[in-house]
Design a protein. Structure first.
Length: 329
Protein backbone atom coordinates (compact mmCIF):
# COMPACT_ATOMS: atom_id res chain seq x y z
CA UNK A 1 0.00 0.00 0.00
CA UNK A 2 1.41 3.47 -0.84
CA UNK A 3 3.06 5.25 2.04
CA UNK A 4 0.93 8.33 1.47
CA UNK A 5 -2.09 6.28 2.56
CA UNK A 6 -0.61 4.55 5.62
CA UNK A 7 1.83 7.25 6.74
CA UNK A 8 1.16 9.33 9.87
CA UNK A 9 -0.78 12.57 9.60
CA UNK A 10 -0.61 15.62 11.90
CA UNK A 11 -3.55 16.14 14.24
CA UNK A 12 -5.41 18.27 13.41
CA UNK A 13 -4.65 18.14 9.67
CA UNK A 14 -3.83 21.74 8.59
CA UNK A 15 -6.40 22.80 5.99
CA UNK A 16 -3.83 24.71 3.92
CA UNK A 17 -1.57 21.64 3.72
CA UNK A 18 -4.51 19.40 2.85
CA UNK A 19 -5.58 21.79 0.07
CA UNK A 20 -2.02 21.97 -1.30
CA UNK A 21 -1.56 18.18 -1.31
CA UNK A 22 -1.35 16.79 -4.89
CA UNK A 23 -3.41 13.76 -3.84
CA UNK A 24 -6.22 16.04 -2.67
CA UNK A 25 -6.15 17.96 -5.93
CA UNK A 26 -6.23 14.77 -7.99
CA UNK A 27 -9.24 13.34 -6.17
CA UNK A 28 -11.06 16.66 -6.51
CA UNK A 29 -10.37 16.61 -10.21
CA UNK A 30 -11.65 13.06 -10.71
CA UNK A 31 -14.51 13.46 -8.26
CA UNK A 32 -16.56 15.64 -10.59
CA UNK A 33 -19.24 14.26 -12.88
CA UNK A 34 -17.38 14.05 -16.19
CA UNK A 35 -13.57 13.91 -15.86
CA UNK A 36 -13.20 10.18 -15.20
CA UNK A 37 -15.47 9.28 -18.11
CA UNK A 38 -13.56 11.55 -20.52
CA UNK A 39 -10.23 10.00 -19.49
CA UNK A 40 -11.60 6.45 -19.92
CA UNK A 41 -12.97 7.25 -23.38
CA UNK A 42 -9.69 8.82 -24.49
CA UNK A 43 -7.85 5.82 -23.05
CA UNK A 44 -9.62 3.66 -25.64
CA UNK A 45 -8.74 5.88 -28.63
CA UNK A 46 -8.54 9.53 -29.68
CA UNK A 47 -11.85 11.39 -30.02
CA UNK A 48 -12.81 14.57 -31.78
CA UNK A 49 -14.66 17.17 -29.75
CA UNK A 50 -18.06 16.67 -31.37
CA UNK A 51 -17.65 12.90 -31.09
CA UNK A 52 -17.04 13.23 -27.35
CA UNK A 53 -20.07 15.49 -27.07
CA UNK A 54 -22.27 12.92 -28.82
CA UNK A 55 -20.83 10.02 -26.83
CA UNK A 56 -21.23 11.51 -23.34
CA UNK A 57 -24.96 11.86 -22.86
CA UNK A 58 -26.02 14.87 -20.81
CA UNK A 59 -22.80 16.91 -20.94
CA UNK A 60 -23.13 20.44 -22.31
CA UNK A 61 -20.66 21.87 -24.80
CA UNK A 62 -19.58 24.43 -22.20
CA UNK A 63 -18.92 21.76 -19.56
CA UNK A 64 -17.09 19.52 -22.05
CA UNK A 65 -14.92 22.47 -23.10
CA UNK A 66 -14.15 23.24 -19.45
CA UNK A 67 -13.31 19.60 -18.67
CA UNK A 68 -10.93 19.05 -21.59
CA UNK A 69 -9.22 22.40 -20.96
CA UNK A 70 -8.53 21.46 -17.34
CA UNK A 71 -7.18 18.05 -18.34
CA UNK A 72 -5.05 19.66 -21.05
CA UNK A 73 -3.66 22.16 -18.54
CA UNK A 74 -2.80 19.27 -16.20
CA UNK A 75 -0.86 17.60 -19.02
CA UNK A 76 -3.17 14.57 -19.08
CA UNK A 77 -4.61 15.03 -22.57
CA UNK A 78 -3.26 16.54 -25.79
CA UNK A 79 -5.24 18.65 -28.24
CA UNK A 80 -4.55 18.40 -31.97
CA UNK A 81 -6.09 20.77 -34.53
CA UNK A 82 -6.59 19.23 -37.97
CA UNK A 83 -6.46 21.51 -41.01
CA UNK A 84 -9.83 20.45 -42.38
CA UNK A 85 -12.59 22.72 -43.63
CA UNK A 86 -13.83 23.67 -41.15
CA UNK A 87 -10.92 22.89 -38.77
CA UNK A 88 -11.54 19.99 -36.37
CA UNK A 89 -10.04 19.28 -32.97
CA UNK A 90 -9.00 15.84 -31.69
CA UNK A 91 -8.12 14.88 -28.11
CA UNK A 92 -5.95 12.00 -26.91
CA UNK A 93 -4.29 10.97 -23.66
CA UNK A 94 -0.69 12.03 -23.22
CA UNK A 95 1.91 9.52 -21.97
CA UNK A 96 1.37 11.03 -18.51
CA UNK A 97 -2.39 10.58 -18.86
CA UNK A 98 -1.97 6.93 -19.84
CA UNK A 99 -0.13 6.24 -16.58
CA UNK A 100 -3.44 6.96 -14.85
CA UNK A 101 -5.30 4.12 -16.55
CA UNK A 102 -3.82 1.34 -14.38
CA UNK A 103 -4.57 2.93 -10.95
CA UNK A 104 -8.02 3.97 -12.19
CA UNK A 105 -8.65 0.37 -13.31
CA UNK A 106 -7.59 -0.87 -9.88
CA UNK A 107 -10.02 1.52 -8.20
CA UNK A 108 -12.79 0.49 -10.61
CA UNK A 109 -12.11 -3.20 -9.91
CA UNK A 110 -12.36 -2.52 -6.18
CA UNK A 111 -15.70 -0.72 -6.68
CA UNK A 112 -17.11 -3.64 -8.67
CA UNK A 113 -15.79 -6.26 -6.22
CA UNK A 114 -17.25 -4.50 -3.18
CA UNK A 115 -20.34 -2.88 -4.72
CA UNK A 116 -22.72 -5.42 -3.19
CA UNK A 117 -21.22 -4.92 0.28
CA UNK A 118 -21.59 -1.14 -0.02
CA UNK A 119 -25.21 -1.48 -1.20
CA UNK A 120 -25.96 -3.81 1.71
CA UNK A 121 -24.42 -1.38 4.20
CA UNK A 122 -26.50 1.47 2.76
CA UNK A 123 -29.68 -0.59 3.04
CA UNK A 124 -28.93 -1.44 6.68
CA UNK A 125 -28.22 2.21 7.46
CA UNK A 126 -31.33 3.48 5.67
CA UNK A 127 -33.50 0.92 7.46
CA UNK A 128 -32.39 2.33 10.84
CA UNK A 129 -31.75 6.04 10.32
CA UNK A 130 -30.51 8.15 13.26
CA UNK A 131 -33.18 9.78 15.38
CA UNK A 132 -33.85 13.48 14.71
CA UNK A 133 -32.12 14.50 17.91
CA UNK A 134 -28.99 12.45 17.39
CA UNK A 135 -25.65 13.97 16.43
CA UNK A 136 -23.81 12.38 13.53
CA UNK A 137 -20.70 13.99 12.10
CA UNK A 138 -21.49 15.20 8.62
CA UNK A 139 -25.17 14.19 8.80
CA UNK A 140 -27.61 16.66 7.26
CA UNK A 141 -30.38 17.15 9.77
CA UNK A 142 -31.13 18.57 13.18
CA UNK A 143 -32.81 21.93 13.86
CA UNK A 144 -33.70 23.59 10.54
CA UNK A 145 -31.68 26.52 9.29
CA UNK A 146 -33.81 29.66 9.01
CA UNK A 147 -34.17 31.47 5.68
CA UNK A 148 -32.54 34.62 7.04
CA UNK A 149 -29.56 32.58 8.22
CA UNK A 150 -29.28 30.97 4.78
CA UNK A 151 -29.25 34.41 3.11
CA UNK A 152 -26.45 35.56 5.41
CA UNK A 153 -24.58 32.30 4.78
CA UNK A 154 -24.64 32.69 0.99
CA UNK A 155 -23.64 36.36 1.21
CA UNK A 156 -20.67 35.44 3.39
CA UNK A 157 -19.66 32.62 1.03
CA UNK A 158 -19.71 34.89 -2.02
CA UNK A 159 -17.64 37.41 -0.09
CA UNK A 160 -15.09 34.69 0.70
CA UNK A 161 -14.97 33.66 -2.98
CA UNK A 162 -14.42 37.27 -4.00
CA UNK A 163 -11.58 37.70 -1.51
CA UNK A 164 -10.04 34.50 -2.84
CA UNK A 165 -10.22 35.82 -6.41
CA UNK A 166 -8.58 39.06 -5.28
CA UNK A 167 -5.82 37.04 -3.63
CA UNK A 168 -5.28 35.04 -6.84
CA UNK A 169 -4.50 38.32 -8.57
CA UNK A 170 -2.62 40.25 -5.90
CA UNK A 171 -1.46 38.27 -2.86
CA UNK A 172 1.50 35.95 -2.09
CA UNK A 173 1.02 32.21 -1.70
CA UNK A 174 0.53 32.24 2.08
CA UNK A 175 -2.31 34.78 1.90
CA UNK A 176 -3.82 32.92 -1.04
CA UNK A 177 -3.82 29.68 1.00
CA UNK A 178 -5.55 31.45 3.90
CA UNK A 179 -8.25 32.86 1.60
CA UNK A 180 -8.78 29.45 0.03
CA UNK A 181 -9.03 27.78 3.44
CA UNK A 182 -11.58 30.41 4.52
CA UNK A 183 -13.75 29.71 1.48
CA UNK A 184 -13.54 25.98 2.18
CA UNK A 185 -15.10 26.46 5.62
CA UNK A 186 -18.43 27.00 3.86
CA UNK A 187 -18.30 23.59 2.14
CA UNK A 188 -19.47 20.17 3.32
CA UNK A 189 -16.19 18.35 4.09
CA UNK A 190 -17.71 14.90 3.46
CA UNK A 191 -19.01 15.63 -0.02
CA UNK A 192 -16.09 17.20 -1.80
CA UNK A 193 -14.18 20.45 -1.62
CA UNK A 194 -13.87 22.90 -4.46
CA UNK A 195 -13.54 26.62 -5.04
CA UNK A 196 -15.62 28.44 -7.59
CA UNK A 197 -12.75 30.01 -9.48
CA UNK A 198 -11.67 30.01 -13.11
CA UNK A 199 -8.22 31.42 -12.41
CA UNK A 200 -5.93 28.96 -10.58
CA UNK A 201 -2.40 30.30 -10.16
CA UNK A 202 0.86 28.36 -10.17
CA UNK A 203 2.73 28.48 -6.83
CA UNK A 204 5.97 30.31 -6.16
CA UNK A 205 5.38 33.46 -8.23
CA UNK A 206 7.29 36.63 -7.36
CA UNK A 207 5.32 39.89 -6.81
CA UNK A 208 6.29 40.95 -10.32
CA UNK A 209 5.08 37.65 -11.77
CA UNK A 210 1.82 37.92 -9.81
CA UNK A 211 1.28 41.32 -11.44
CA UNK A 212 1.91 39.81 -14.86
CA UNK A 213 -0.50 36.99 -14.03
CA UNK A 214 -3.19 39.50 -13.00
CA UNK A 215 -2.79 41.36 -16.29
CA UNK A 216 -3.74 38.19 -18.19
CA UNK A 217 -6.91 37.54 -16.16
CA UNK A 218 -10.35 39.00 -16.94
CA UNK A 219 -11.73 41.93 -15.00
CA UNK A 220 -13.40 40.79 -11.80
CA UNK A 221 -16.49 41.80 -9.87
CA UNK A 222 -18.04 40.77 -6.58
CA UNK A 223 -20.56 37.94 -7.20
CA UNK A 224 -24.23 38.89 -6.89
CA UNK A 225 -26.78 37.00 -4.79
CA UNK A 226 -30.16 37.10 -6.54
CA UNK A 227 -32.37 34.69 -4.68
CA UNK A 228 -32.38 32.17 -1.84
CA UNK A 229 -35.10 29.51 -1.88
CA UNK A 230 -35.90 26.71 0.56
CA UNK A 231 -36.95 23.25 -0.64
CA UNK A 232 -38.33 20.29 1.30
CA UNK A 233 -36.41 17.29 -0.06
CA UNK A 234 -37.44 14.00 1.63
CA UNK A 235 -33.98 12.42 1.76
CA UNK A 236 -32.37 15.65 3.00
CA UNK A 237 -34.95 17.56 5.00
CA UNK A 238 -34.58 21.21 4.08
CA UNK A 239 -32.21 22.29 1.33
CA UNK A 240 -31.52 25.89 0.41
CA UNK A 241 -30.69 27.04 -3.11
CA UNK A 242 -28.62 30.19 -3.54
CA UNK A 243 -28.90 31.68 -7.05
CA UNK A 244 -25.73 33.64 -7.71
CA UNK A 245 -23.73 35.44 -10.36
CA UNK A 246 -20.10 34.83 -11.26
CA UNK A 247 -16.97 36.88 -10.60
CA UNK A 248 -16.30 37.67 -14.28
CA UNK A 249 -17.62 40.89 -15.82
CA UNK A 250 -17.85 39.42 -19.34
CA UNK A 251 -20.88 37.17 -18.84
CA UNK A 252 -24.00 36.70 -20.92
CA UNK A 253 -26.08 35.61 -17.91
CA UNK A 254 -27.14 37.15 -14.62
CA UNK A 255 -27.63 33.85 -12.82
CA UNK A 256 -24.48 31.74 -13.23
CA UNK A 257 -24.57 29.25 -10.37
CA UNK A 258 -27.01 27.59 -8.00
CA UNK A 259 -25.44 26.36 -4.77
CA UNK A 260 -27.39 23.89 -2.63
CA UNK A 261 -26.82 24.00 1.12
CA UNK A 262 -28.03 21.82 3.96
CA UNK A 263 -27.26 21.59 7.65
CA UNK A 264 -24.05 19.76 8.52
CA UNK A 265 -22.86 19.45 12.12
CA UNK A 266 -25.34 22.09 13.27
CA UNK A 267 -24.55 24.77 10.68
CA UNK A 268 -25.24 25.38 7.00
CA UNK A 269 -22.79 23.95 4.45
CA UNK A 270 -22.77 23.85 0.66
CA UNK A 271 -23.29 20.31 -0.60
CA UNK A 272 -23.50 20.82 -4.38
CA UNK A 273 -23.00 23.27 -7.22
CA UNK A 274 -24.94 23.68 -10.47
CA UNK A 275 -24.16 25.90 -13.46
CA UNK A 276 -26.84 27.50 -15.60
CA UNK A 277 -27.60 26.25 -19.09
CA UNK A 278 -29.41 28.21 -21.82
CA UNK A 279 -33.16 27.63 -21.83
CA UNK A 280 -34.47 25.32 -24.54
CA UNK A 281 -37.87 24.51 -23.06
CA UNK A 282 -40.87 26.65 -22.30
CA UNK A 283 -40.49 30.35 -21.76
CA UNK A 284 -39.27 31.07 -18.26
CA UNK A 285 -37.76 27.62 -17.71
CA UNK A 286 -34.16 27.72 -16.51
CA UNK A 287 -32.00 24.60 -16.84
CA UNK A 288 -29.23 23.72 -14.39
CA UNK A 289 -26.22 21.48 -15.08
CA UNK A 290 -24.79 19.59 -12.08
CA UNK A 291 -21.05 20.20 -11.70
CA UNK A 292 -19.81 19.38 -8.17
CA UNK A 293 -20.74 17.77 -4.85
CA UNK A 294 -23.92 15.69 -4.48
CA UNK A 295 -26.48 15.62 -7.29
CA UNK A 296 -30.07 16.11 -6.14
CA UNK A 297 -32.50 14.54 -8.61
CA UNK A 298 -35.54 16.72 -7.89
CA UNK A 299 -35.92 19.70 -5.61
CA UNK A 300 -39.68 19.89 -6.12
CA UNK A 301 -41.55 23.13 -5.42
CA UNK A 302 -39.97 25.77 -3.19
CA UNK A 303 -41.58 26.27 0.22
CA UNK A 304 -40.04 29.66 1.03
CA UNK A 305 -37.90 32.22 -0.78
CA UNK A 306 -36.21 35.57 -0.38
CA UNK A 307 -35.68 37.76 -3.43
CA UNK A 308 -32.65 40.03 -3.23
CA UNK A 309 -31.97 41.26 -6.76
CA UNK A 310 -33.92 40.64 -9.96
CA UNK A 311 -31.83 39.16 -12.80
CA UNK A 312 -31.69 40.88 -16.19
CA UNK A 313 -32.52 38.18 -18.79
CA UNK A 314 -36.15 37.39 -19.64
CA UNK A 315 -36.07 33.66 -18.84
CA UNK A 316 -34.28 34.28 -15.55
CA UNK A 317 -36.67 37.09 -14.61
CA UNK A 318 -39.66 34.79 -15.17
CA UNK A 319 -37.97 31.98 -13.21
CA UNK A 320 -37.14 34.39 -10.37
CA UNK A 321 -40.70 35.74 -10.21
CA UNK A 322 -42.20 32.23 -10.46
CA UNK A 323 -40.26 31.05 -7.40
CA UNK A 324 -41.34 34.09 -5.38
CA UNK A 325 -44.95 33.67 -6.51
CA UNK A 326 -45.03 29.96 -5.65
CA UNK A 327 -43.86 30.70 -2.11
CA UNK A 328 -45.96 33.83 -1.63
CA UNK A 329 -42.82 35.88 -0.97
Amino acid sequence: MPSVVVGPLPVPVPSAEYDACPVTELFRRFGDKWTLLIVVLLGQRPHRFNELHRTVEGISQRMLTRTVRILERDGLIARTVHATAPPSVEYDLTPLGRTLLHPLSTLADWAVAHGAEIASARNRHDAHPPSPGSSMTGDVGGPPVELDEAVEFYAAYLDALYRYEVAVRTEPDDVLAERRARAHTFLDPLRGAWIDTWSPRPPGLTPEEIGQWEARLPTMRRPALFLVAEYAVPEWGSLFAGYTGGTGTLTYRSYMYRFLAGEVDGKPAIVSQYSIEPSYGEEGQVTWDFTQGVEVADLGRPVAARGLREPFLDDEILDYRRILQETGA
